[in-house]
Design a protein around this ligand. Sequence first.
Ligand SMILES: C[S@@+](CC[C@H](N)C(=O)[O-])C[C@H]1O[C@@H](n2cnc3c(N)ncnc32)[C@H](O)[C@@H]1O
Length: 249
Amino acid sequence: MDRQRLSSIAHSHHPVAAPVSGVTINRLLRRADRQPTARVLDLGCGAGAWALQALAHYPDGHADGVDISPYALEQAVGAATERGLADRFTPHRRDARTYVPDGDYDLVLCVGSTHAFGGFGPTLESAGRHVNVDGILLVGEAFWQLPPTPQALAALDVESTEFTDLPGLVDVAERAGWTPVYAHVSDAAEWDDYEWSWVGSLTRWALDNPGHPDAAEALAAAREHRDQWLRGYRDVLGFVTLVLRRNRP
Ligand SMILES: C[S@@+](CC[C@H](N)C(=O)[O-])C[C@H]1O[C@@H](n2cnc3c(N)ncnc32)[C@H](O)[C@@H]1O
């Protein structure tokens, strides 16, 4: 089964493709504190939930959403149309690393998509270039909430060096010239809601489409993911969304 399509189904019952609740998204956007005319860029925008919710906060603003997944962008455009935001949201199907902006942005988002740039540090460097001088960079990234266990490393298929702990992540931001003016650490309920939605949406789709050639693979992927989460990284992997400003002019 196409990985992008699988991910799109798995994310169909959760507001964003990250362990962040709708209430938290709004709080983070309030803390970003942009003008009503804000120009917003969402790199790795997925189904566009962050960008579209940002437009709800900035009623005369415009958002560009960049993603490589046609399925995700199709959902983003559908959601924008449904919410009457189609004229204020522009989708760009391309690699976020090669996005050439037309000007700079008041708010640049990259939540759960830092892998597109090769990690948190490179994201600050590349995505940060699109942020105007007084702008905000809002980045969601994983970190080790507890020292990684062998089970967590195996489930995520990563080395322990893939992530730092939370203070280490803030140090990386500071060294790159960015300082948090707010942050939200996802709580256990947000993680559970996100992971059960991921597993549940894929399982439900497979059970509802028993004759589909991808049904068995989807069900197997849901079970494998559930196992990796419950037996592997649950409570070990954390997720923080940082609202960052430049700490030097
Ligand atoms: C975990 S999802 C996060 C989506 C969104 N930010 C959210 O929170 O709902 C990661 C997204 O990054 C996109 N992506 C991965 N590599 C990319 C790249 N090189 N350029 C643009 N998007 C990319 C994927 O297609 C996916 O939609």
